[in-house]
Design a protein around this ligand. Structure first.
Ligand code: AMP
Length: 210
């Protein structure tokens, strides 16, 4: 299945996609994660993208589209994939439709104030990428999985989160109607726990274990 996750930053697209990957093996393709990888590697694409990412703005369509086109041509995507963070604009969706068939789009619904609380307390392991929330960490600054240092993503400051939400509502939210119009949109609330939301997602997609 070729699947897209839609929803504001902080709605848990990455966490749910990672869980679904563990359960089904479908490749999880996160454009934000790919861009951060290019930044860490000091690659030209990363250097161009960083200024936009740090401000909470979208990276220009042409940079992201070519990166995704190349990734989706890889062998592991032949039997389906999950896109997390792409498309983020209507032009990206239209270009994607020109070379891929998207079968399902799942919109994760969460209100802005909950998102700000979640993202401003998010800490990420600088070694393995595992994420935590400060409310669960106490004084700890080490990853419970690998011992790596926990850091705050530069774009998780409150001012930048608010800008990312503004950008989401103006540039990405129109995709909800785009996919609804194609008859492939499903919606789910993500207010509950990650376990509950993963179960709900599996049922929504008809992928629960019998
Ligand atoms: P994410 O990890 O999905 O929250 O993405 C982090 C940042 O990467 C976003 O705020 C954008 O600056 C950039 N980004 C990720 N995906 C896209 C995309 N499809 N189009 C434009 N910018 C993107």
């Amino acid at each position: 299945m070729n699947l897209i996750f839609l929803g504001p930053p902080g709605s848990g697209k990455g966490t749910l996609a990672a869980n679904l990957h563990k359960l089904t093996g479908l490749p999880h393709i996160s454009t934000g994660e790919m861009l951060r990888g290019y930044i860490r590697a000091g690659a030209p694409l990363g250097l161009r993208a960083k200024a936009f990412i740090d401000k909470g703005e979208l990276v220009p369509d042409e940079l992201v589209i070519e990166m995704v086109r190349e990734r989706l041509s890889a062998d592991d995507c032949k039997n389906g994939y999950m896109l997390d963070g792409f498309p983020r604009t209507v032009p990206q969706a239209e270009i994607l439709d020109g070379f891929q068939t998207i079968e399902r789009a799942v919109l994760l619904n969460l209100d802005d104030e909950t998102i700000i609380a979640r993202l401003s307390g998010r800490r990420v392991c600088s070694a393995c990428g595992n994420t935590y929330h400060t409310s669960m960490l106490g004084e700890s600054t080490a990853c419970g999985k690998c011992g790596g240092l926990l850091v705050q993503r530069p774009d998780d400051s409150e001012a930048t989160i608010r800008n990312r939400l503004r950008v989401y509502h103006s540039q990405t939210a129109p995709l909800v109607e785009y996919y609804r119009g194609k008859g492939i949109l499903s919606e789910m609330s993500v207010e509950g726990t990650v376990e509950d939301n993963t179960g709900r997602l599996l049922r929504l997609l008809g992928m629960e274990k019998s």
